[in-house]
Write a protein that binds this ligand. Structure first.
Ligand code: CU
Length: 282
């Protein structure tokens, strides 16, 4: 402990480490002005239409096509106090000039989490730029009703995709077809590993341009394939319903690389769609 060389190294290191720490803390302050220690990324902040609430809109990452967890933080505008009980209904809209459409959402429960976040999800169905997507929400809290509007600068595509559409064609018995579209989104684990991975997806039905009810009666089989090497993997567990619109199973990746997880959907005893899959690389 009292060796002189050891002492020199230690004091040198202390100076070096404290210099490094001050650089790091300066950087994180600059990256997050006025928003200390949020665990999420601030997407936008705005007052509600009738100025009853201030709303901060956070996400885990840049908004993308697929299942995005989104978080609202609410404040009473008059008092500045944080709101922890609220009914929030998301209304995403894409304005495609000639027509508008929405996408599936999961509205937050009425109570904020311990850190004050109201957590929900938006399953963006296509990329958007320059505010073509917007996220509005109706907010009821503290006996007040108001709405909030966030134009979204970007919703980016991912490669590989994290959202597919399963298309079902059913004969109507007189030469025509009833076409049904089922958006399916990957609720990705934070990280894919060799071995067993939780495999969770959401399934909705496109009932109209604006309405996407959850589907809870799909039977789903998953078959992983490593196309470059022509093999699959054993011990996979097919996803089963775990919560409204969510199905969870286990996918076993026996090595790193590029995998394709094939999905077979059956509903009412009938195969739905064809060639559905998610590519996953790690
Ligand atoms: Cu669109």
């Amino acid at each position: 402990m009292n060796h002189p060389t050891m002492k020199r190294i230690t004091s040198y290191h202390i100076i070096y480490i404290s210099a490094l720490l001050s650089i790091l803390s300066a950087c994180s302050k600059d990256d997050n002005p006025g928003n200390n220690q949020s665990q999420y990324m601030l997407v936008a902040e705005s007052a509600s239409s009738n100025s009853m609430f201030n709303v901060k809109f956070y996400a885990k990452d840049s908004l993308f096509v697929g299942y995005n967890k989104v978080f609202f933080m609410l404040y009473e505008k008059s008092s500045g106090s944080q709101v922890t009980q609220a009914e929030i209904n998301f209304r995403p809209i894409m304005d495609m000039v000639t027509f508008k459409h929405a996408c599936p959402v999961e509205n937050p429960s009425g109570t904020a989490d311990a850190n004050g976040y109201f957590e929900g999800a938006v399953m963006f169905s296509m990329p958007g730029y320059d505010g073509s997507w917007s996220l509005s929400a109706d907010v009821v809290a503290n006996g007040k009703t108001d709405s909030i509007y966030f134009p979204l600068a970007r919703v980016i595509p991912t490669n590989p995709v994290k959202k597919i559409v399963v298309i079902d064609s059913l004969s109507n018995g007189s030469g025509g077809w009833i076409i049904s579209k089922y958006p399916v989104s990957l609720v990705e684990p934070d990280k894919w590993n060799v071995g067993n991975n939780n495999f969770e997806i959401t399934v909705n039905k496109m009932a109209s341009m604006m309405s996407f009810p959850t589907i809870n009666d799909m039977t789903i089989a998953i078959t992983p394939e490593m196309p470059s090497m022509g093999h699959g993997s054993p011990n996979n567990v097919n996803p089963i319903p775990v919560s409204d619109g969510h199905y969870s199973g286990t996918v076993n990746f026996t090595m790193t690389g590029a995998w394709r997880v094939h999905l077979d959907f059956t509903r009412d005893g009938r195969a739905i769609g064809k060639n559905a899959y998610f590519d996953i690389s790690f």
